[in-house]
Design a protein around this ligand. Sequence first.
Ligand SMILES: [Zn+2]
Ligand SMILES: [Zn+2]
Length: 137
Amino acid sequence: MIERCLEGGCQCGSVRYRITGSPVLAALCHCTMCRRANAAPAVAWAMYEQSQVAFLNEVPTVYASSPGAHRGFCARCGTQISFTADYIPGLIDITIGSLDEPSQVSPTLHYWVSERLPWLHFSDGLPRHPEFPPTDG
Ligand SMILES: [Zn+2]
Ligand SMILES: [Zn+2]
């Protein structure tokens, strides 16, 4: 059996990555920090073990958006790529929007809906968590 592989990268191609296997979690985040960093009303994230993700060219430039939390982006074109944090050791979030085939990873829940923009509505029927979801699933 061949393990599932996904690739993605930034808009200019400087940052490219390859992911092996399935995500630990895929979700839509409505928090103000993701919104600002991505300049988007909500951000879709796929969370992986760091060992599942290999960067092929440039590694993302990192910005500490809050203590212990790091957002990785392409220094050349600005595409947001990743999120890592002390409170999720060994894990890395990858922006689903940076995948070559973003339709291959479907979010299964929403989190930080307490900060959702009032004009943003999804009719997907997925579970909604006011803040960060329970980390056991
Ligand atoms: Zn780039
Ligand atoms: Zn967020």
